[in-house]
Design a protein around this ligand. Structure first.
Ligand code: G3H
Ligand code: 13P
Ligand code: ZN
Length: 331
């Protein structure tokens, strides 16, 4: 039996994206795997009065147990209302890779799913995405599809033109599949090591500056599907402040480079309605936990190191909503 996400207090992404498009901002899509991340996400977005997409990956479901995670999401909405937050909240499957996984999430109360068919040949991506849309729309669940493969430092394809979304395909893909939003590839990538140092230049302070996003491709896409919600994955900025904190407390993150915040702000003003952030949150938590462990080696109460990490994550999310996504004070 399918759980009605509306009864759990979630909304799908349709209205959120419409408002984001009109208001020229992007909705933050933040991943969670545990209690502290969830608390920070809800309170960060609640306090900044920003719409929220809480994302759960397949890995998160495996890590935390899918039933527990879904109920944590439900509890988070209840908590948000108790705190007086009136923000809309969507529960979204991040990078669903099969029809069955999407169905399982919809059955358990997700209000939005991503079917990532980007690793399949074009026609297969269409077939898979269309099948998920056919099921999801029966329950008014919104679907995100993906066209183009995100560049990744591991597979050595960062500079290859073929990884970018081809604007000529987007209209056909959107029409044939019926998706509600489209993730595109314009130079972002997942993780903390988005670019090789040799792909970057250095600014006056000696910091690595990555190649700019391909706004020309984004503009071309916008021309072909005007007003259609676009999604940016791999959009963490890999904030140097937290990388430095990790490294000054025993970590060894070398040449970690993210997407400059100015580029994301520019994207958020366009048809980009959803911006995915996971790695930045991971870095904040790691930085703060390392700091406490380093400064207080006798500490062993998890609340004493997870608490400060949670507070800092909430701060980072609030600032991101306000200064980068432009989603603050919208609700
Ligand atoms: O894009 C992927 C997200 O950062 C989720 O990562 O699959 O390790 O949970 P994960
Ligand atoms: P980052 O690794 O840049 O945070 O991207 C997260 C993401 O795209 C989740 O789907
Ligand atoms: Zn992603």
């Amino acid at each position: 039996m399918t759980t009605d996400y509306k009864e759990l207090g979630f909304v799908n992404t349709r209205e959120m994206f419409k408002k984001a498009m009109e208001g020229k901002y992007a909705v933050g899509a933040y991943n969670f795997n545990n209690l502290e991340q969830l608390q920070a996400i809800i309170n960060g977005c609640g306090q900044s009065k920003s719409p929220l997409i809480m994302q759960v990956s397949k890995g998160a479901r495996d890590y935390a147990n899918s039933t527990l995670l879904r109920n944590m999401g439900k509890g988070a909405v209840e908590m948000a209302r108790e705190q007086g937050y009136t923000i809309p909240i969507a529960l979204h499957l991040d990078h669903g890779d099969t029809y069955e996984l999407c169905v399982s999430c919809i059955e358990s109360g997700f209000s939005s799913v991503m079917i990532d068919g980007s690793s399949h040949p074009y026609e297969e991506n269409i077939e898979l995405t269309k099948k998920v849309v056919g099921y999801a729309h029966k329950y008014d669940v919104t679907v995100e599809g993906e066209l183009g493969v995100l560049a990744g430092i591991e597979d050595d394809v960062v500079a290859a033109e073929s990884v970018y979304t081809q604007p000529a395909e987007v209209e056909d893909f959107v029409n044939k599949t019926g998706v509600d939003s489209l993730a595109i590839s314009i130079g972002t990538s997942h993780g903390a090591y988005k670019f090789k140092p040799e792909q970057c230049t250095r600014n006056e302070e000696g910091m690595l500056v990555p190649p700019p996003l391909r706004f020309d491709i984004l503009e071309e896409i916008e021309k072909r599907i005007p007003g259609f919600p676009i999604v940016l994955h791999g959009a963490s900025s890999v904030l140097p402040k937290y990388v430095d904190l990790i490294n000054s407390n025993g970590g060894a993150l070398e040449a970690a480079v993210g997407i400059p915040e100015g580029q994301l702000r520019k994207a958020a003003k366009s048809a980009v309605c959803k911006i995915n952030i996971d790695s930045d949150g991971r870095l904040v938590l790691t930085a703060m936990i390392r700091k406490v462990f380093n400064e207080k080696p006798t500490e062993f109460d998890p609340r004493k190191y997870l608490g400060p990490a949670r507070e800092e994550l909430m701060k980072m999310i609030t600032e991101k909503n306000k200064n980068v996504l432009g989603s603050a004070d919208r609700y």
